[in-house]
Write a protein that binds this ligand. Structure first.
Ligand code: HEC
Ligand code: HEC
Length: 306
C-alpha cells in the first residue's frame, strides 16, 4: 500500500463543493443490500406476471403459465388460473381420493395384511378410535376396559366368544347373547357353596379341598351340569360364550384377588344363583362393512387377539 492511500479522508465526498467548503459526502449503499433490492424488484415483476396481481377496474390480472385443474362436486374438470381456493379444492380432492383408496383396500384385504401394512393399520387405527368412542365406549369404556359385571373388558387376552378376527367380526356384526341359567332352584345352599368353592379352586384359590371335591362332582355331574357349557376342565366354550373359569379373569363375578376366599365365594355363588343374561347389540345395518372390519381390527389389537 502506498502512503498516499493510507491518508485518504475517512469519508469520501462526491467532489462537489458549494460556498467554498460545503461538500457532499458519498456514502454508497452496501453492495449486498443493493443486490438484494434488485433481486426483490426482479422477483416482484416475475410474480406479477405469473400470479394474479394487479387490479384492472372490476377485474384483475390473472397471471400467466399457471393454472390449476380441479373437479367440481358434480364431477366436471375445471381449469382455472392459480388461486388459493382452487388450490385448496385440489388438495382436498387429492386427500379424499387417497382416503377413498385406503378405505377400498381396508374393505378388501385380509386382516393379516392390514396388520402388516403400516399405512393401512395406522389409518384403520385412527378411524377405529373415533368409531369406538362413538359406538362402543358407552358400554365398554374408552380403551375397552369394560365395567366389571356389566360389560366385558376388550383389552385383555380373555375372550368369551373367541379372539380370532373371524370371531370378533361375528360378535360385532351379529351381536351376542351371553346366557347362563339361574341355579337358584336346581341347587341348594350347600351345593351352591360347594360348587362355588370348586370354581374358585380352578383359578388357584386356596380352598377347603373336601368342599371343592364335592363341588367338582356337582360341576361335572347331573346336579349342576356346568360342564355342559364350561367343559369338564372349566376352560369354557367360545361357541356358547361360556367363560373360561380357570384363567383368573372374571367378567361377571366380583372376584378380587385381594378379597378373602369367603367374600369371593359369595360373589361366585351370587352369579350361579342368579344366572347371567346380557347382550352385546348387533351392528350390521348400523355400521357399514368397512366400519365393522376396522373395529374388528382395532378390538383384535386391543385385546391381544388370536
Ligand atoms: C349396550 C352396551 C354395548 C355396546 C354399545 C357395545 N357392546 Fe360389546 N358387549 C356388550 C356386552 C354386554 C357384551 C358381553 C356379551 C356376553 O355376555 O356374552 C359385549 C361383548 C363384546 C365383545 C365380545 C368380548 C369377548 O370376550 O368375546 C366384543 C368383541 C364387543 N362386545 C365389541 C363391541 C364393539 C366393537 C362395540 C361397538 C361397535 C360394542 N361392543 C358395543 C355390550 C355392549
Ligand atoms: C347353558 C350354559 C351354561 C351352564 C349350564 C353354566 N354356565 Fe356358567 N356361564 C355361562 C356363560 C355363557 C357365561 C358367561 C356369560 C357372560 O359373560 O355373559 C357363564 C359364566 C359363569 C361364571 C362367571 C365367570 C366370570 O368370569 O365372572 C361363573 C362363575 C359360572 N359361569 C359358573 C357356572 C357354574 C358353577 C355352573 C354350573 C352350576 C355353570 N356356570 C353352568 C354358561 C353356562
Amino acid at each position: 500500500m502506498s502512503s498516499k492511500e493510507t491518508h485518504k479522508p475517512a469519508v469520501q465526498t462526491t467532489g462537489h463543493a458549494w460556498d467554498g467548503d460545503l461538500q457532499e459526502f458519498n456514502n454508497p449503499l452496501p453492495r449486498w443490500w443493493l443486490w438484494a433490492f434488485y433481486a426483490t424488484v426482479v422477483f416482484a415483476v416475475i410474480y406479477w406476471v405469473i400470479y394474479p396481481a394487479w387490479p384492472l377496474g372490476r377485474d384483475y390480472t390473472k397471471g400467466l403459465f399457471n393454472t390449476i385443474t380441479y373437479e367440481t362436486s358434480d364431477g366436471r374438470q375445471v381449469e382455472t388460473h392459480w388461486n388459493t381456493r382452487a388450490r385448496f379444492l385440489r388438495e382436498m380432492q387429492a386427500a379424499r381420493a387417497k382416503q377413498e383408496q385406503i378405505l377400498q383396500r381396508l374393505a378388501g384385504v385380509p386382516y393379516q395384511e392390514i396388520a402388516a401394512d403400516r399405512e393401512l393399520s395406522a389409518f384403520a387405527y385412527s378411524m377405529a378410535k373415533v368409531l369406538f368412542a362413538d359406538n362402543c365406549a358407552a358400554c365398554h369404556q374408552s380403551g375397552g376396559a369394560g365395567v366389571a359385571g356389566l360389560y366385558p373388558n376388550l383389552a385383555d387376552d380373555a375372550w368369551l366368544w373367541g379372539g380370532t378376527y373371524a370371531e370378533i367380526e361375528q360378535t360385532i356384526r351379529n351381536g351376542r347373547r351371553g346366557f347362563m341359567p339361574s341355579f337358584a332352584r336346581a341347587l341348594d345352599e350347600q351345593q351352591l357353596d360347594d360348587v362355588a368353592t370348586f370354581v374358585l379352586s380352578l383359578s388357584g384359590f386356596e380352598v377347603d379341598p373336601e368342599a371343592a371335591r364335592r363341588g367338582g362332582a356337582i360341576f361335572n355331574g347331573q346336579a349342576g351340569g356346568c360342564y355342559y357349557c364350561h367343559t369338564h376342565e372349566g376352560t369354557g366354550m367360545t361357541s356358547q360364550g361360556a367363560a373360561n373359569l380357570t384363567d383368573a379373569v372374571w367378567t361377571v363375578a366380583r372376584v378380587q384377588a385381594t378379597a378373602g376366599v369367603e367374600a369371593n365365594k359369595e360373589a361366585v355363588k351370587a352369579v350361579i344363583r342368579k344366572g347371567i343374561q346380557r347382550e352385546m347389540p348387533a351392528w350390521a345395518g348400523r355400521l357399514d362393512d368397512t366400519e365393522i372390519r376396522i373395529l374388528t381390527f382395532y378390538v383384535h389389537q386391543l385385546g391381544g387377539g388370536q
